[in-house]
Design a protein around this ligand. Structure first.
Ligand code: WQD
Length: 336
């Protein structure tokens, strides 16, 4: 029986594939490289010395996707494939709804046709909107401020509706906080297309000399140093959270929802300092206007995942920065 990983050549997908292969799982990756690079597949083999199947398929193409179900005996699915840039989603909402919703509906339809029962969904803390108390627990009210977040929330609702009527359907909704870091080998890591939207890849590209300086979006938030606070989680901790979620689904648990974060909030300037310490590189920055749509603060309460999955984030800020720097300094231009 195999595990189908959509978006498995991407940042979080590739790290999760490494953990699953190391656990001797049979893996099938489906990816169209719209936001990843096929070199990551070679690097996964280099790290694990294991083989896996690969299909170059766009998940919005149900006919092509069905071949994967026809040709394999799929037990579970981890669905990473999606567009994820908050800013871009505001200007291209239809592109996000078509890609993120249709790909998921195709997968769910084929799961029903081929009697596949276990589904892990890559959701996001963005579904909590702009919370006013912390830490955030899974029962907080849900809302979104952008089309990207709206696709995540809509898919969560679709999954809840299916699980209500199909008691044999097991689904883990995993709400990621801010994934950062890289595998300790430095062979795989975050490789955003073009100028990075997210903080950590931007900082690491300033440190490696690709970008001149970091623009800090806002210095007047109600936080300890005025800059935005987030719950940064090491991508390997996140990957292990998926392994644990899969184990949970195999107990026929129905629908479960977990925050995957560390419970610690760090500001933008905390991240700059930690990265400079880890890399021994200066990260030049200037404080500019706030970014539209940003929330001042966001960090998790992940005790539910700890209690029910036996999962807890192990890596701290030092490892997050050291591992990011190892990847970036060994791969100044990512996989290109
Ligand atoms: C973090 C902090 C910025 C860049 C988003 C999505 C979330 C998930 C992760 C997909 C904020 C500040 C950033 C920069 C800055 N994506 N910042 N200068 O916005 O918390 O979360 O990405 O799953 O769903 O919402 O992450 O890394 O963009 O920002 O000052 O050049 O860094 O203002 O305070 P964010 P981020």
């Amino acid at each position: 029986m195999s595990i189908l990983i959509t978006g498995g050549s991407g940042y979080i997908g590739s790290h999760t594939v490494v953990e699953l292969l190391s656990n001797n799982e049979d893996i099938i990756i489906v990816d169209n490289f719209s936001n990843s690079n096929k070199v990551s597949l070679d690097r996964i083999k280099q790290i694990t010395n294991k083989e896996f199947k690969f299909y170059n398929v766009d998940c919005t193409d149900e006919k092509e996707l069905e071949k994967v179900f026809k040709e394999n005996n799929i037990e579970s699915i981890i669905h990473f494939a999606a567009y994820k840039a908050v800013g871009e989603s505001v200007y291209e909402p239809l592109k996000y709804y078509i890609n993120n919703i249709n790909s998921t509906l195709n997968i769910l339809n084929l799961m029903k046709k081929y009697d596949v029962k276990n589904f892990v969904f890559s959701s996001s803390a963005t579904v909590y909107g702009n919370p006013h108390k912390f830490p955030i627990t899974e029962d907080f009210p849900l809302s979104t401020t952008n089309p990207y977040g709206a696709t995540k929330l809509m898919i969560e609702d679709i999954l809840k509706d299916i699980a209500k009527v199909d008691k044999s359907f097991n689904v883990a909704i995993l709400r990621y906080f801010n994934p950062v870091g890289a595998h300790i080998s430095g062979l795989i890591g975050e490789d955003p297309n073009g100028i990075p939207n997210n903080l950590m890849p931007y900082i690491s590209q300033v440190a490696v000399g690709n970008l001149e300086k970091l623009n800090v979006f806002g210095g007047d938030y109600d936080t300890h140093d005025g800059t935005g606070v987030r719950d940064y989680i090491h991508v390997v901790d996140l990957a292990i959270g998926h392994v644990k979620a899969l184990e949970k689904l195999r107990t026929n648990c129905g629908l479960v929802i977990y925050n995957l974060g560390t419970g610690n909030g760090y500001s933008v300037l905390d991240m700059v300092k930690a990265f400079e310490d880890a890399s021994a590189k200066k990260v030049n920055y200037q404080i500019v206007a706030r970014r539209e749509g940003d929330v001042p603060m966001c960090y998790a309460d992940s005790t539910k995942a700890n209690k029910e999955l036996g999962w807890k984030a192990k890596f701290g800020l030092k490892e997050m920065c050291e591992d990011t720097w190892r990847w970036q300094s060994k791969n100044p231009n990512g996989y290109r």
